[in-house]
Ligand binder design. Structure first.
Ligand SMILES: NC(=O)c1ccc[n+]([C@@H]2O[C@H](COP(=O)([O-])OP(=O)(O)OC[C@H]3O[C@@H](n4cnc5c(N)ncnc54)[C@H](O)[C@@H]3O)[C@@H](O)[C@H]2O)c1
Ligand SMILES: O=C(O)C(=O)C[C@]1(C(=O)O)C=C[C@@H](O)C=C1
Length: 376
């Protein structure tokens, strides 16, 4: 069902001008990635605050109100799934671009909606970048969000080859690998690898409401890994699930059967020597299934930053002083993570820096009396 995408652009010139409609997490991330490759990007969003923030982040300039004299090469609709067809229709009616795509997490309903509204399917190549985060809005956007990820393209039979080539070029400019498949196959696939996993994570995370403070204080990385995506926007995810209901329900039924069998077996267990064959069976199949996930798309080719843990006291101003100390050493902090130690007035601040800056930072912070722990 799936095909690799030709690099032939069907005679079209390279993609140089793109319009992004919807400047939330995904639209702004696409725009930032394209800007970093020298593409001219115009931005639009009905929410003026999102638009301003995306523009301030360097994702592009606001799209002018009037219909542009020259259409862009590609317009990307990065809005919630339920509004994609109407946004596409308006954009095509305005002649914003020569080719159109979208980023919605579901494809059959988007294609059906586009057909219903009479959109031009020759120039529309539905898309779905398989990178994301559990956060919304332009403030969470990253130019490297799609590096090494798959990017589904689901053209209908009416799509021009040149339009498919142009959208595949957009995906490559964002560092992703385009993969062509039909909308129904896409929806079944993402039910398995994205939508049901999200719901399973939410169901587990919902159990945490029952945990008291001391139970939650024991939380390590395991539960954080399993529940990370549950932090996503419930409104957006309800829309995604409702647009892919039957395939997701099928996967959830399978999960529920495994969990029911596991719970039943554990309830019946008499002591540590009990026969837990059904439990073992789920664990064995789970390990085999986990091993089937391809390494390539999971292993993101983000820059390898050195991570330097610094133990700090939990008091006002400490982070400011730490950042100033790094700045005075001439080291740029690429990322930062803060972990609090429950019950102690201390925490660990993990500073991510370029590997070549690590030694400089360790020396500078150590000399200034900070508790640095390189190599941990
Ligand atoms: N969040 C993810 O991990 C992820 C990953 C891949 C694809 N997607 C898909 O990308 C799309 C955007 O998701 P997001 O995570 O960026 O959401 P988001 O909430 O961060 O951003 C959505 C943006 O769309 C704007 N918007 C709403 N109505 C609009 C309209 N009529 N015209 C133009 N813009 C409009 C909103 O103002 C908002 O800025 C969705 O279709 C989602 O299914 C999400
Ligand atoms: O990494 C995450 O936070 C995501 O949820 C990303 C993820 C996914 O399931 O992989 C979520 C929804 C999208 O449509 C595409 C990607």
């Amino acid at each position: 069902m799936e095909e690799t995408v030709t690099t032939d652009h069907g005679g079209r010139p390279d993609v140089e001008r793109v319009v992004v409609l919807g400047t939330g997490l995904i639209g702004t991330s696409i725009a930032l990635a394209l800007r970093s490759r020298g593409v001219d990007v115009a931005l639009s969003d009905p929410d003026p605050a999102s638009l301003r923030m995306a523009a301030d982040l360097g994702a592009g300039r606001p799209l002018e109100e009037n219909t542009p004299a020259v259409p862009a090469d590609v317009a990307v609709v990065a809005a919630p799934p339920e509004v994609v067809p109407e946004v596409l229709k308006k954009a095509q009616d305005r002649g914003l671009a020569q080719v159109y795509t979208d980023a919605a997490s579901v494809k059959s309903s988007v294609v059906a909606g586009a057909e219903r509204l009479g959109c031009d399917l020759a120039t529309f190549v539905p898309g779905h970048p398989m990178g994301g985060r559990e956060k919304s809005g332009p403030g969470a956007a990253r130019s490297d969000l799609f590096l090494g990820r798959s990017w589904a393209l689901c053209p209908t039979g009416k799509a021009d080859a040149g339009a498919v080539a142009a959208v595949s070029q957009v995906s490559r400019l964002c560092g992703a690998d385009p993969l062509v498949l039909d909308p129904a196959a896409h929806d079944r696939a993402v039910a398995l690898v994205s939508h049901a996993p999200h719901m399973a994570a939410s169901a587990m995370a919902a159990r945490l409401l029952e945990g008291d403070a001391s139970a939650l204080a024991l939380a390590g990385q395991g539960v954080r890994d399993v529940t990370r995506v549950a932090g996503g926007d419930p409104g957006m995810w309800t829309a995604i699930l409702s647009h892919n209901a039957a395939p997701v329900a099928g996967v959830l039924r399978g999960i529920a059967e495994d969990l029911t069998a596991t719970a039943h077996s554990l309830e019946q267990a008499q002591g540590p020597d009990a026969d837990l064959a059904p439990v073992r069976d789920v664990l064995e199949r789970g390990r085999t299934g986990q091993g089937r996930l391809p390494g390539k798309h999971g292993a993101v080719r983000r820059p390898a930053w050195a991570v330097l843990p610094v133990v700090v006291s939990d008091e006002p101003g400490v982070l400011g002083r730490l950042f100033v100390a790094a700045g005075e050493a001439g080291v740029n902090i690429e990322d930062v993570r803060i972990e609090h130690t429950p019950g102690l007035p201390m925490g660990t601040v993990s500073l991510s820096v370029l590997p070549e800056a690590e030694d400089t930072l360790v020396r500078a912070l150590s000399a200034a009396g900070w508790s640095v722990h390189p190599g941990r």
